[in-house]
Design a protein around this ligand. Structure first.
Ligand code: PGA
Length: 257
């Protein structure tokens, strides 16, 4: 059983002062109600990483520092982009790769997702690889085949050394930021199918769910959705809500041991 994990994707929210404040609040909650089994990470905007990392270390909060994106190249003339070495220098240990917003709004195709995953996982950082179907694919019943294809494209060519550094996040597009969380049975079925594909690729990876996760639905999804944790957007911007999601996963894991 992999270590369960919850990662908060702050997206383009929280300036550096707000980011420090949220990190400190998480520190207070985690001291008051410690989490024993679950790994918790946050992915702030690039400009907040340094400060969030410093507070996390100084206050010994124990969060895994994550980035929301990284350029696939080592360095060079890529205006506006950030390299993996730059992130590593700031203590970043995991990177979200191929979030549907990057795929949809910034033209990140399967080939680019694959080369970015290879760069991140090959360097020993965790690549949190996002996959998921849109409403149209779901309506046609092709969601499992679609996600399997995304996984083969993203992970098919990974080197031996990179294979252990992958986490998959299943995030159906119709559930992201909509308040419409996928049904537990839908999550369980897709996660089963994802595990079959990972098996076929010779990969063992934790499988997370993302899309309108909240303190209200986290416990049931953790218990019955066959997930190893969550990638959380909106609810990760509020300390109490994010900690409650982490708490639900921690409790679920504790009771299944
Ligand atoms: P949401 O976002 O929790 O706000 O739906 C999830 C994500 O995009 O990772």
């Amino acid at each position: 059983m992999p270590t369960p994990a919850v990662y908060g994707n702050w997206k383009m929210n929280l300036d550096v002062v707000e980011a420090i404040h949220l990190t400190q609040q998480l520190g207070v909650l985690r001291r008051r109600s410690p989490l024993e089994h679950v790994e918790v990470g946050v992915a702030p905007p690039f400009v907040d990483l340094r400060s969030v990392g410093s507070v996390n270390e100084a206050d010994r909060i124990g969060l895994v520092l994550c980035a929301q994106h990284v350029n696939e190249h080592e360095s060079g003339a890529f205006t506006g982009e950030v390299s993996l070495a730059m992130l590593e220098r700031l203590g970043v240990r995991a990177v979200i790769v191929g979030h549907s917003e990057r795929r949809r709004l910034y033209g990140m195709d399967d080939a680019l997702v694959a080369s970015t995953v290879a760069r991140v996982a090959g360097a020993g950082l965790r690549a949190i690889v996002c996959v998921g179907e849109d409403a149209e694919v779901r309506a046609s019943g092709g969601e499992e085949a679609f996600v399997a294809e995304q996984l083969r494209a993203a992970l098919g060519g990974l080197t031996e050394g990179a294979r252990g550094n992958v986490t998959v996040a299943y995030e159906p597009l119709w559930a992201i930021g909509t308040g419409v969380v996928a049904e537990t049975a839908q999550v369980a079925a897709q996660n089963h199918s994802i595990r079959v594909t990972l098996d076929e690729l010779g990969l063992e990876a934790p499988v997370l769910y993302g899309g309108s996760v909240s303190p209200e639905n986290a416990a049931e999804l953790a218990r019955e959705g066959a997930v190893d944790g969550f990638l959380v957007g909106g609810a990760s911007l509020r300390a109490e809500a994010f900690h409650a999601v982490c708490r639900a996963v921690d409790d679920c894991y504790a009771s299944t041991r």
